[in-house]
Design a binder for this molecule. Structure first.
Ligand code: GLA
Length: 380
């Protein structure tokens, strides 16, 4: 569907101009599977984007098209059922429209086309980027500018209800609040956001294993449920309020699985604190060790890694990366690697070659830049 002003009729209450927005993907340096337990996370927005171009269409429907999908979709604004199969990507865009409408914003019909150089399902949060690009289209058309926390919460609720993924708030906040050259420090219990510069001698590299495990969504929900069993036992809102000593003394009452899930969350929260201090002190060796410990904990205690990710982390270590670990929800997707900026091109080539040699499979490695958050590019 191409968007040409001549084709479109009366715009109703909304702006009649063409609106362009863009939302970056994100990496996460450390703080995995702690956002929904009130932990601090250290993600960063990166220079891979979903871009949207949109215009009010004067009708009571959303018309969606995407460079990644063959089929254009026309959806009445009153539609209430999540989409499935090939059209399930529409949940991330239409779900946001539905949520803004539920919140009382008078969103009228518009046409929107998405273009993306952000790989889907690679653990770079293409879903939060699609949600946020859509949210900004809505706001630009209505002449609104919501606080980024409110926007992130609306996007998160769209993902919960429309995509059926009970995600935390990390991705939506990271995509909105990115700061060039910096990692964010997001406190997921207060939603306060701070930032920390990445030392100039370090670069971030994302290595996509290309593995997309089925059942991943169900497994994510199970991890949350295990954590909730632990918080119910301790009668606290979040595991952030439980010490490792308290956890250890309850090991037998909790049972082995819930104990190990909670141990990951509590120890990961401590690693985030230590990692932030290590970055501030430019102690890259300490930062790298903490990333390695994060990976082991995700693999052994939280059981969200997979063989391909473990192999990529091992190879990264052998190639001299400062730190490497799986990133995001897990069960496939990507690793995040911190490497010396001087050796980054070499690392990118070598890790793909070594992975191919060892497994016969193709991974994709890319050095990413840390960039500012999502924005409205222009309203014509
Ligand atoms: C996914 C979720 C996030 C977070 C990570 C794990 O990316 O969307 O909220 O829980 O997994 O850290």
């Amino acid at each position: 569907m191409s968007i040409s002003p001549s084709k479109l009729s009366t715009p109703g209450a909304q702006s009649s101009g063409i609106v362009r927005t863009r939302a970056p993907g994100r990496i996460n340096l450390i703080g995995e599977h702690v956002d929904y337990q009130g932990g601090v996370v250290m993600p960063a927005a990166v220079n891979r984007y979903i871009k949207a171009v949109a215009q009010a269409n004067g009708r009571s429907e959303l018309r969606l098209s995407s460079s990644q999908s063959h089929e254009d979709l026309v959806i009445p604004l009153e539609h209430r059922m999540p989409f499935s199969g090939d059209n399930s990507w529409a949940n991330y865009a239409f779900g946001v429209v539905a949520k803004y409408r539920d919140a009382g914003y008078p969103v009228a019909g518009f046409d929107v086309r998405f273009e993306s150089n952000l790989p889907l399902g690679a653990g770079l949060s293409s879903s939060a980027a699609l949600e946020t690009a859509t949210a900004l289209v809505i706001e630009a058309l209505l002449g609104l500018n919501l606080p980024q926390t409110e926007r992130a919460l609306l996007c998160q609720s769209a993902e919960h209800e429309w995509a059926g993924v009970p995600c935390g708030i990390m991705d939506q906040l990271a995509v909105n609040a990115g700061v060039a050259g910096h990692a964010l420090k997001i406190d997921c219990s207060t939603l306060e956001i701070d930032s920390a510069p990445l030392p100039a001698n370090l670069s971030a590299v994302v290595v996509d294993s290309k593995v997309k495990h089925a059942l991943a969504d169900g497994e994510y929900a199970k991890r949350r449920a295990d954590c909730e069993d632990a918080t119910a036992f301790f009668d606290v809102e979040f595991l952030r309020d439980v010490t490792i000593g308290e956890l250890d003394s309850a090991q037998f009452q909790l049972g082995e699985r819930v104990y190990r899930r909670a141990r990951h969350v509590i120890t990961e929260m401590a690693r985030v604190r230590d990692f932030a201090a290590a970055l501030e002190a430019s102690d890259t060796a300490a930062a790298g060790l903490l990333m390695a410990a994060s990976h082991s904990s995700l693999r052994n205690d939280y059981e969200v890694s997979c063989q391909e990710l473990d192999t990529l982390v091992d190879i990264a270590g052998e190639l001299g990366a400062i730190g490497a670990r799986m990133m995001g929800g897990g069960f496939g997707g990507s690793t995040v690697n911190l490497v010396e900026t001087d050796g980054v091109s070499r690392f990118v080539e070598d890790i793909v070659a070594r992975y191919r040699e060892e497994t016969g499979a193709e991974a994709e490695a890319v050095a990413v830049k840390l960039v500012g958050g999502a924005r409205i590019e222009n309203v014509e």
